[in-house]
Design a protein around this ligand. Structure first.
Ligand code: HEM
Ligand SMILES: N/C(=N/c1cccc(CO[C@@H]2CCNC2)c1)c1cccs1
Length: 358
């Protein structure tokens, strides 16, 4: 936010809405008086933990692109606003991975650091490296830039398709970089196999259990938490219909088709569709085999429908981004495809940050 007036306006909107939902409308006036004084004095104000918990849950509930919002009230918040040393930051991030993974029974979790302190350069806490070796892409192309930086900082790796990147962060904007490998026992991964096609296992495909987003900022009542890593669990299509097969990602559709003995000659054989179908089945079954939480896109769409009903009962309009909410596989078999959504952006919410590389 630009100025004191705007900040107080954002704070007022947030406190009014949050305190009504918390059943504390009688405390609004007094709380706003305190916040107004703080803003007058310090050009900012500090949230209570309860305000951050409610604010982060509202931000998830408000995000138009998220199909998983039914569980917004169960988001676990970890308060890391007093965490400042690189050692504490490292431990806090490791603990987030451990507590979020929970041996596969994934718990939606968000860790909040003090504004204008920690700067995380990773896009997700767990992500595979990307390299171009002899003109050939290895690993995840989205990681090529951060991988090169890690290598410049001395990172050594076996240069496989699935090397987990180290954490790369600064304790604040002016501090030196800390690069720290994640203990492998904290990184739960799933080998992707198909019960009917043993050749798939020979491709050696695997993916990590928990997506922890670190390249978005959490805005609550005019305050921006630039370091607020959050995780949920995956919807199977994210990995099997995008990460493994997009040309700008692992680009493995042809190899995977061959593993399923599917010939790739004629479009109208729909070989791509059959390959994606079997790969999505393999993904879901592999995660279930390892007891790692994952949701199929049909169940996810039904849960989103329940979320819509729940919100209607609370007299809140569900906003959404249709193009993002429809799953990339069989979208027309979900109610979402046949409905329209208001894409208005409500706050609190999550927003993209400018990349640290820009
Ligand atoms: C609990 C299980 C969850 C599932 C299955 C889920 C599913 C998804 C999916 C499939 C997307 C689209 C991602 C893409 O296409 O790249 C998405 C977007 C998003 N989700 Fe959820 N989500 C879950 C939990 C959460 C949680 C806990 C938060 C934050 C507290 C969250 C915040 C978001 C945000 C901010 C986006 C938009 C990302 C962007 O704009 O790039 N989600 N979610
Ligand atoms: N399942 C998930 N999927 C995503 C949610 C948000 C962002 C992303 C990654 O988005 C990238 C940018 C656009 N597509 C890939 C994936 C979750 C991650 C953290 C909580 S739930």
């Amino acid at each position: 936010v630009e100025n004191k007036v705007e900040l107080l306006d954002e704070a007022t909107r947030f406190i009014n809405e949050a305190y009504v939902e918390l059943g504390k409308e009688n405390l609004i006036e007094q709380r706003l008086a305190v916040i107004a004084r703080e803003i007058e004095e310090k050009n900012s104000y500090e949230h209570t933990l309860e305000e951050i918990e409610q604010g982060a849950r509202m931000a998830w509930r408000n995000n138009n692109r998220c199909i998983g919002r039914l569980f917004w009230q169960q988001l676990q918040i970890r308060d890391a606003r007093t965490v400042h040393t690189t050692e504490e930051i490292k431990q806090t991030l490791f603990n987030h991975i451990e507590e979020g993974t929970n041996n596969g029974a994934i718990r939606p979790t968000l860790t909040v650091f003090k504004p204008n302190t920690v700067k995380i350069w990773n896009e997700q806490l767990i992500r595979y490296a990307g390299y171009i070796v002899d003109g050939q892409q290895i690993g995840d192309p989205l990681s090529n830039e951060i991988t090169a930086l890690c290598q410049r900082l001395g990172w050594k790796s076996p240069q496989t398709d699935f090397d987990v990147l180290p954490l790369l962060f600064q304790k604040d904007e002016t501090s030196p970089m800390t690069m720290q490998s994640i203990p492998s026992n904290l990184v739960k991964e799933v080998e992707i196999t198909h019960p009917d096609y043993p050749k798939l296992a020979e491709l050696g495909l695997k993916w990590y259990a928990i997506p922890v987003i670190t390249n978005m900022r959490l805005e609550i009542g005019g305050i921006s938490y630039d370091a607020a890593p959050f995780n949920g669990w995956y919807m199977g299509t994210e990995i099997a219909s995008r990460n493994f097969v997009d040309e700008q990602r692992y680009n493995k559709l042809d190899e995977i088709a061959a593993a399923f003995d599917i010939t790739t000659r004629k479009n109208r054989d729909l070989w791509k569709d059959r390959t994606l179908l079997e790969l999505n089945i393999a993904l879901l079954q592999s995660y279930q085999r390892e007891k790692v939480q994952v949701v199929d896109h049909h169940t996810a769409a039904k849960q989103f429908g329940q979320f819509e009903q729940q919100e209607k009962a609370q007299n809140r309009e569900v906003t959404g981004n249709w193009a993002w909410l429809i799953p990339p596989m069989s979208p027309t078999t979900t109610h979402i495809f046949h409905q329209r959504y208001n894409n208005e952006v409500k706050k609190p919410n999550f927003f993209y940050k400018k990349s640290p590389f820009d």
